[in-house]
Design a protein around this ligand. Structure first.
Ligand SMILES: Nc1nc2c(ncn2[C@@H]2O[C@H](COP(=O)(O)OP(=O)(O)O)[C@@H](O)[C@H]2O)c(=O)[nH]1
Ligand SMILES: [Mg+2]
Length: 214
């Protein structure tokens, strides 16, 4: 988003992708986002229960604004609202390879929620097996993760947010798949249809900017 001399706001990107992180508390969702976000990330205003970050990336020569949504811990109470899922084109389902119950939760909770509340038919899902550095404590084999991902039509990658293993590749692969799916919203369209939370955050940014100028 850029402020024009006349005061109008312009999104100078070709597309906007909404990407979500879901999974049990403690699996490393925020750590993955932090790892991916080092460099060129814009912290948007945290709203109640949801944090999101925006980053502009290049996908096949087009400028794409990613808004990556993370929970602010309320997944502990299983109270993610439907608006969290609405319009998501990419969904990252994270488990911790050292805690089998977080893997079970993908089927028991998170995939169900995605099916129930997701609104984008062609949405790309990726299963991320995080904490691959914890070899000694591993409870979920790579093979199990891969089988599960295949069975549910998801991409699969093992990562370590701590060791910075495969984190960028995971997000990049997902973003490219979303770009290929043809379900990306042109930026202009998306601007008209921003979801309530993002709109509220954008309004605060505008107010802050206006405040700074006067
Ligand atoms: N060993 C290891 N610890 C990790 C990794 N990623 C996150 N953690 C730790 O796991 C805990 C929970 O991480 P956090 O990102 O807050 O999880 P969230 O609740 O899913 O957002 C923190 O103590 C992190 O430092 C990883 O790849 N390896
Ligand atoms: Mg978190």
């Amino acid at each position: 988003m850029e402020q024009q001399p006349g005061g109008g706001l312009v999104l100078n990107v070709d597309h906007t992708f909404k990407i979500l992180l879901v999974g049990d508390s403690g699996v490393g969702k925020s750590s993955l986002l932090l790892r991916f976000s080092t460099g060129g990330f814009e912290e948007l205003v945290p709203t109640i229960g949801v944090d999101f970050k925006a980053k502009v990336v290049d996908v096949g020569g087009k400028k794409v604004k990613l808004t990556i949504w993370d929970t602010a811990g309320q997944e502990r109470f299983r109270t993610l609202t439907s608006s969290y899922y609405r319009g998501a084109q990419g969904i990252v389902l994270v488990y911790d390879v050292s805690r089998a119950e977080t893997f079970d939760s993908l089927a028991d909770i998170w995939l169900r929620e995605v099916d129930m509340y997701g609104t984008v038919e062609e949405c790309i899902k990726m299963v991320v097996a995080n904490k691959s550095d914890l070899a000694e404590q591993r409870e979920v084999s790579r093979e199990m993760g891969l089988q599960f991902a295949k069975a549910h039509g998801c991409l699969f990658v093992e990562t370590s947010a701590k060791g910075n293993v495969a984190v960028d590749q995971a997000f990049e692969e997902l973003v490219h798949k979303v770009g290929d799916s043809g379900d990306a919203q042109p930026a202009g369209f998306h601007w008209q249809h921003l979801w309530a939370e993002e709109q509220a955050a954008a309004a605060v940014v505008v107010l802050l900017r206006v405040g700074c100028r006067s």
